[in-house]
Design a protein around this ligand. Structure first.
Ligand code: NAD
Length: 259
């Protein structure tokens, strides 16, 4: 797996435990350059401080609300000032209002579902569309990777993030279909539970994390996102050049067994 010379945008770096941070770290270790992005205000301020801990300084730390077209347009212009093309985009963004999680499936109002869908699923299309002119300039074709939580089954406490991830996985396939002819690959990585800010904000997340090491044939360490980050790095690399529209399970094998 070699990312030497690859220019990668990682959207969704907050703190050191963030999937986005681990992906940026893995990409830098493999020789890539990265630009980091997070929502304006506090998230970006935190990101800028945390970015100093990465093995190499990011080319830039930028701000954008992933649901705002104007922000995404400005982001693409700013990225274009640093690089004349983009080899990879990582979408590590999710949000759901509290009443859409933790055992509220039957009572969640549509407005909360709509917010979760807009930030966590529709945003993949918005982000990719805004970066298209740059992605099309990648010499060996470009790669887009998002992060999901296996949407093939229903989980306790995950509630409306489940259908939201099902939508994300579907958007992943539709983008792959649309963009393959433009040499842009689009894949998702399904991660087992990792103790991040987003993870901890799901009431009852601990219960889910607890059963994982017992059931997964390879076991599971929910404090270690590096196996997930390494798989994202693989998908960003030319080694994955014939793969698109896929969801790769990095879950210790949990999804392969029934009990
Ligand atoms: N933690 C897990 O167990 C787990 C498992 C599978 C998949 N994932 C996925 O990994 C991805 C990253 O999540 P994480 O667990 O690292 O948590 P995290 O809280 O570190 O990352 C979520 C990021 O989304 C950003 N964000 C939220 N709303 C935004 C907006 N409107 N505009 C821009 N940025 C916004 C947050 O600032 C944050 O940086 C998510 O898609 C999540 O669903 C996480």
């Amino acid at each position: 797996m070699n990312l030497t010379g690859k220019r990668i945008l990682v959207f969704g770096v907050l703190i050191e435990t963030s999937m986005g941070y681990k992906v940026a770290e893995a990409a830098l270790n493999q020789g890539a350059d990265v630009i980091l992005v997070n929502a304006p205000g506090k998230p970006s301020d935190i990101m800028r401080r945390i970015a100093k801990r990465l093995p190499k300084e990011p080319v830039a730390c930028l701000s954008a609300d992933i649901t705002e077209q104007e922000d995404l347009r400005a982001l693409a212009a700013e990225v274009g000032r640093h690089w004349d093309g983009l080899d990879g985009v990582v979408h590590a963004v999710a949000f759901a209002p509290q009443d859409a999680l933790g055992g509220n499936f039957l009572t969640t109002p549509f407005e909360s579902v709509a917010t979760a869908m807009k930030v966590s699923a529709f945003s993949l299309k918005g982000l990719v569309r805004s970066m298209l002119p740059l992605l099309e300039k990648a010499e060996n074709g470009a790669s887009v990777v998002s992060l999901t939580f296996n949407a093939a089954v229903a989980w306790p406490v995950y509630d409306w993030m489940g259908p939201t991830k099902a939508a994300l996985e579907s958007v992943n396939r539709y983008l792959a279909r649309e963009l393959g002819p433009r040499r842009i690959r689009v894949n998702a990585v399904d991660s087992g539970p990792i103790t991040t800010m987003a993870g901890k904000s799901i009431p009852g997340f601990d219960q889910l994390a607890k059963v994982w090491p017992e059931r997964a044939p390879l076991g599971w360490d929910s404090s270690d996102a590096t196996p997930v980050a390494d798989t994202v790095a693989f998908l960003l690399s030319d080694a994955a050049r014939a793969m698109t529209g896929q969801v790769l399970h990095v879950d210790g094998g949990f999804s392969a067994v029934g009990a």
